[in-house]
Design a protein around this ligand. Sequence first.
Ligand code: SF4
Length: 111
Amino acid sequence: MADKTVDQTRTFASMVAAKQGWALNPDKDFTQSLVEGLTTNWNRYGYYLCPCRDSEGSREADQKVLCPCVYSRQDIEEFGHCYCALYLRPDFASSGSTPAGIPDRRFSKDA
Ligand code: SF4
């Protein structure tokens, strides 16, 4: 699997946001650190493991937390942002609200 550059990952994240109707977090430094984390994960594991979560050891085990994770849509609808706060609901982003810590559905028995 060819390595990704930070620019390629930023393009990926922008395309995900555009496709889903989400906004990227307007905090540029914060977003940059998440994009760098995604890039590191791609280059380490060969897939875009969520930059806020640990690998469970294989792509299969991590399947639900490949970005955009299966929890993102529900989190964005409910809280205004995904677990990492890389992607925001547009109205949340334009309101100037600051993302807060939210529960990780990955290990929730409801997920
Ligand atoms: S919480 Fe989900 S959507 Fe947000 S960066 Fe992590 S994997 Fe991507």
